[in-house]
Design a protein around this ligand. Structure first.
Ligand SMILES: NC(=O)c1ccc[n+]([C@@H]2O[C@H](COP(=O)([O-])OP(=O)(O)OC[C@H]3O[C@@H](n4cnc5c(N)ncnc54)[C@H](O)[C@@H]3O)[C@@H](O)[C@H]2O)c1
Length: 264
């Protein structure tokens, strides 16, 4: 059976680990040619090679998404290899954990440049290709922090709020070009980023367990779960859906309070 993304070309940022790796593997399995964009060459090349060994098509391209020049070059290289871009996945992101008064302007800019400005730049350079198709797709990774505050990550939370509204703006302004843009907002997902967050706690394991008691489905999500949600927004399964968001958090934001012990 043909995959859902047969013949499509996907550009995925932050593809060398975590959710971006999950997206790259799933999209290749569904028939897409995947341009894996990221900073860490050995990890990224290894994943691209594994995808190719399994019969998929992918290449890794070293790119710091803070750099306009490198993003532009990554788009050009994708088009040189695969002819176009149908799907733009802005997944690269970082979290910086400290109170706001301890930030320098450089710290602030770093998080905002990776998490938000990169989405503007990738869209700017991919637009000439996205706009040539009857259907094309932009998926931006937001977070539950796009909707609620979280402690000690003030700039991350700010950036994810911005991602949500940027996604809406793109969805509205480019609807007439056949481009649909949506924001996927994960909750607790087991990736290196989550581990960084947990390791900032005195007892990471205990903190993780406690956080999971707030999740009604009573388990963490994995990159594959988030990748499936992104896939929905990257094909006509979601026809008619644009300028909106989908929270994938196991019910975390669905309730004001949750007592896991009452539901055992
Ligand atoms: N893991 C979670 O619980 C969670 C929850 C909500 C939202 N998210 C969002 O999902 C996305 C992926 O997160 P993840 O958990 O897989 O994180 P991760 O830290 O495991 O992976 C992040 C990826 O972004 C890349 N990246 C970071 N800075 C970059 C830069 N300057 N240039 C190029 N690439 C860069 C990293 O190399 C890595 O590939 C992020 O946008 C994150 O905010 C994650």
């Amino acid at each position: 059976m043909a995959g859902k993304l047969e013949g499509k070309v996907a550009w995925v940022s932050g593809a060398n680990k975590g959710i971006g790796e999950g997206i790259s593997r799933l999209y290749a399995k569904e028939g897409a040619k995947v341009a894996m964009i990221g900073r860490t060459v050995p990890e990224g090349e290894k994943i691209a090679q594994e995808i190719e060994e399994l019969g998929g098509q992918a290449f890794f391209y070293k790119c710091d998404v803070r750099s306009e020049r490198e993003i532009k070059a990554s788009i050009e290289e994708t088009v040189r290899r695969y002819g176009t871009i149908d799907i733009l996945i802005n997944n690269a992101g970082i979290v910086d954990i400290k109170p706001l008064h301890e930030y320098t302007i450089e710290d602030w800019d770093y998080v905002m440049d990776v998490n938000v400005r990169s989405m503007f730049l990738s869209f700017k350079y991919a637009f000439p290709y996205l706009s040539t198709h009857e259907h094309s797709y932009v998926v931006n990774l937001g977070s539950i922090s796009s909707f609620v505050g979280q402690d000690t990550t003030p700039v991350y939370t700010t950036s994810k709020g911005a991602v949500l509204n940027l996604s809406k703006s793109i969805g509205l302004d480019y609807a007439r070009y056949g481009i649909r843009c949506n924001c996927v907002c994960p909750g607790i997902t087991e990736t290196p980023m989550l581990m960084k967050h947990l390791n900032a706690e005195n007892d990471p394991d205990a903190h993780y367990k406690k956080r999971l008691t707030r999740v009604p489905i009573n388990k963490q999500l994995y990159p594959e779960d988030v990748a499936k949600t992104c896939l929905f927004f990257s094909c006509e399964d979601s026809s008619g859906v644009t300028a909106t968001s989908l929270i994938i958090d196991g019910g975390y934001l669905g309730c004001a309070e949750w007592d896991a012990s009452k539901h055992e």
